[in-house]
Structure formats: structure tokens, C-alpha cells
Design a binder for this molecule. Structure first.
Ligand code: GTP
Ligand code: MG
Length: 273
């Protein structure tokens, strides 16, 4: 994916939003990658996309903006975002949001509480196990989530067909400190997190997204370049609209969602669930 538009400054126009909305309303699973839809091993018309990330990374803000760009202002208003970092997650329950404002489509973006801050390897693999738990349908819409939950209890849990996830988006903030210098500890943490998630998820569609790109623009040129390079192949977005700074771009959001849908289609050519 090309990152030339990452320091985007314009506010989204109504036309751009209308175009994205139209795409979503007309979209059917298979449209992007599949010539003959009977080839799909999983022909469900429902898509659930899981959004995970560390506490306060910007998951809810990304979802709020995405829903607005999908033309679903009403649902967007529902999404609560954080006021600042208190260490605890502002989102405490699993929440499925339908992308479109009518029930003619079944595409959902699913918000989760943030992972508690950690740098321990052991904790990272613990968090990725929780992601697997989400993907496999152990956590239902509206359910309160605790990452303190012991994973051994997992095996006594129940899987729900209406709660499995088709793709995973990990949302990360750029690894910068208060002065917009590289924060090496955060950098290492994110690299490990990405590696560990790739390992856990296998062929399941997985997208590593750096949000709050407006912070990268505040960093020195070489620091900014380092981040763009380390996370090459990731998607860079902005979750919050703030006049005068980089703004969320409908084009980037559309490209991301088309990428997600396309990967899900490819996955469904090979997998039944
Ligand atoms: N500058 C800037 N701030 C952002 C951006 N996205 C989110 N924020 C801010 O970051 C803080 C946390 O955002 P949330 O969207 O609540 O983060 P979250 O990942 O949902 O947090 P939890 O649910 O608590 O884990 C809020 O103060 C947001 O306004 C962004 O793109 N740019
Ligand atoms: Mg949140």
C-alpha cells in the first residue's frame, strides 16, 4: 500500500463519504477477488472485523471515524473514545458496530478493551491468546472483557457462531515519546506484538495499522522516516479530526477496508470458517 497520502490535511467531503457508503451498500462478499462466488468455501454474507490494541492506542477513535465515513453517523455517535490516559481502558465491553446505517448488509467492526501496558514477552503471548479467543467466538457482543481472566477457564467457555471474527486489525500509536523522539521501548514492544500476532493468527487476515499519524508529522524527519520504514507494509491512518493537523482521509480508510474485505475473500476460498 502506498503511503504518499499519509500527511493528509483536508476534511472529508460529503461526496467522498457518499462514494464509500455506496461501495459498502453494494458490496457482496467475493466482489473484489473472486470470479465465481460458488468457489467460496464460506459463503456467509456476514463479516466481523476485530479491532484490538494496547490501552488508549486509538481503537475507538478509528472506529468512530470509520463509521462516519461509512455514512453511519448515528452509530458513530455511540462510540465513546477516551479523554486521556488513565492506564485503564475506556472501552470495557466487546461491541459490534454495523458499518452501514441500514440492516441490508451484515458487515461489523468490533471494538474491544485495550490490552494493559506491558513489555514482557510472556504477557505479549498472553494477549495474543486473548485475540485468538476473540477470533474463535468465545466473547459475545456486549460482553464485559477481562484480560486478567485465566486462559485455562477458556476451555470451559463456549464458542458462539455469531461471535467469530473474519479478520483482525491491530491499532498502534507511533512509538514516540512526549517530545516526538523515538521511544525504543515502545518500538520493540510493537515489533514483538506484530510478530507474535502473525504467528498466532497464521493465515487469518491480519492488518497492522499505525494510527495518530499526525504525531509522526511532528517528529524530526529522520525519526519519521525510521517509523515509516520499520512499519513498511502497515497502514498509516489518523483517527481524530483536528483542524490544522493531519486529518483522517476517506481514501485511506476505503483502501484499508477494501484490503480487509479482499483478504477475507481470499481466506474464504480456502477455509470454511
Ligand atoms: N492526535 C491524535 N489523537 C488521537 C488519535 N486517535 C485517538 N486519539 C486520542 O487518543 C486517546 C485515546 O483514544 P481512544 O480512541 O479512546 O483509544 P482506545 O484504543 O479506544 O482506548 P481504550 O478503549 O481505553 O483502550 C483519545 O484522547 C483520542 O482523542 C489520532 O489519530 N490523533
Ligand atoms: Mg476504546
Amino acid at each position: 500500500m502506498n503511503n504518499s497520502g499519509i500527511f493528509y490535511k483536508k476534511r472529508a467531503t460529503d461526496e467522498e463519504i457518499e462514494t464509500f457508503k455506496k461501495f459498502l451498500t453494494n458490496y457482496q462478499v467475493g466482489d473484489i477477488k473472486v470470479a465465481d462466488k460458488t468457489q467460496l468455501k464460506n459463503q456467509s454474507n456476514t463479516i466481523r472485523i476485530l479491532v484490538v490494541g494496547d490501552v488508549g492506542s486509538g481503537k475507538s477513535s478509528f472506529i468512530k471515524t470509520l463509521l462516519r465515513f461509512c455514512g453511519n453517523e448515528r452509530e458513530s455517535k455511540f462510540v465513546k473514545t477516551g479523554e486521556g490516559s488513565t492506564g485503564a481502558s475506556d472501552t470495557v465491553t466487546m461491541r459490534h458496530h454495523r458499518l452501514t446505517d441500514t440492516a441490508t448488509t451484515n458487515y461489523f467492526i468490533c471494538d474491544t478493551p485495550g490490552f494493559p501496558e506491558t513489555t514482557l514477552n510472556q504477557d505479549i503471548s498472553m494477549m495474543t491468546s486473548h485475540v485468538k479467543r476473540y477470533v474463535d467466538g468465545y466473547i459475545r457482543n456486549g460482553e464485559t472483557v477481562s484480560y486478567l481472566f485465566s486462559l485455562t477457564d477458556w476451555f470451559f467457555g463456549k464458542r458462539y457462531a455469531d461471535s467469530t471474527m473474519d479478520a483482525v486489525i491491530f491499532i498502534a500509536r507511533p512509538p514516540l515519546d512526549g517530545k516526538y523522539r523515538m521511544n525504543d521501548r515502545r518500538l520493540v514492544h510493537l515489533k514483538k506484538m506484530r510478530q507474535e500476532l502473525e504467528k498466532t493468527l497464521g493465515s487469518r487476515p491480519f492488518f497492522f495499522v499505525i494510527t495518530a499519524t499526525d504525531y509522526i508529522e511532528m517528529a524530526k524527519e529522520d525519526t519519521a522516516q525510521d517509523i515509516l520504514q520499520v512499519f513498511d507494509g502497515s497502514i498509516f491512518i489518523v483517527g481524530k479530526e483536528e483542524e490544522g493537523r493531519c486529518m483522517p482521509s476517506v481514501e485511506v480508510y476505503t483502501e484499508l477496508m477494501k484490503g480487509v474485505f479482499g483478504s477475507i475473500e481470499e481466506y474464504r476460498l480456502e477455509h470454511r470458517t
